[in-house]
Write a protein that binds this ligand. Structure first.
Ligand SMILES: [Zn+2]
Ligand SMILES: [Zn+2]
Length: 238
């Protein structure tokens, strides 16, 4: 644990050299690294595969990401088959109908305690995705390190990178333990989003036929993608 802050800090410094939310970037890298290791382990080690099957595999995004590793379609097939077999086992063990059907519960007015009493207890696919857990843990560490080193250090690189996405800013505001840090992270994003809003204004204005002769700047052209990334998080292909 003792070397974690400095390792995370180094990851942050690297991530801040790119445009876009550094916390999204670090989280995705951590999940990717985890998938890389689990892909090998879960095929060669039965205990590791049993653990994966027990958690019902990965979520949609991380299951698809397995296929990005070159030459690993066979390993993915072995993993997915184990989970499919687990799904078949679970289906078999549910051959008797529930006492009160879901339809009756909906007719009863979707009363929440009743609804919960008849829903299946097994997690849905991806419910307990271990890659998501790894991603979230590393995102939390990245936000803590960012806040710790923000003032006088990472504030300017964060501004140049375009700040955090909405979700990670909310987390950062919750974790900001000093008013000065809370205010600093808030005002950085006010500035970035004000500038982005102005770029969107210009993009929209210049699409008007009366102003089409005015050249679009790179920032104005990219403003839609930036807004999507801020509002929904950075995605691998954005
Ligand atoms: Zn983010
Ligand atoms: Zn996941």
């Amino acid at each position: 644990m003792s070397d974690q802050p400095s390792t995370t800090y180094q990851h942050l410094q690297k991530a801040l050299q790119h445009s876009g939310c550094p916390v999204c970037r670090i989280g995705k890298q951590a999940a990717h690294k985890y998938l890389d290791s689990i892909l090998y382990e879960s095929v060669t080690d039965p205990n590791s595969r049993a653990q994966l099957v027990n958690s019902f595999g990965f979520c949609y995004h991380h299951s698809r990401e397995l296929l990005d590793f070159s030459g690993e379609r066979l390993a993915s097939a072995i993993i997915e088959q184990s989970i499919l077999r687990e799904a078949m086992r679970r289906l078999k063990s549910k051959q008797s109908p529930p006492k009160r059907s879901l339809r009756q519960t909906f007719q009863a007015g979707m009363n929440r305690p009743q609804y919960q009493s008849v829903t299946v207890t097994d997690p849905a696919p991806g419910h307990a995705c271990m890659a998501c857990a790894e991603q979230q843990a590393s995102e939390g560490r990245a936000i803590e390190a960012l806040l710790k080193h923000l003032i006088g250090d990472l504030a300017v690189p964060l501004q140049h990178a375009g700040g955090l996405c909405w979700t990670h800013l909310q987390l950062a505001l919750q974790l900001a333990y000093k008013p000065a840090i809370y205010n600093a992270i808030g005002s950085i994003h006010e500035q970035i989003w004000t500038a982005l809003n102005a770029n969107l204004d210009e993009f929209i204005r210049k699409n008007d036929y009366r102003f089409r002769h005015e050249a679009m700047t790179d920032e104005e052209s990219a403003s839609i993608e930036r807004a999507i990334a801020i509002l929904t998080g950075e995605h691998p292909h954005s």
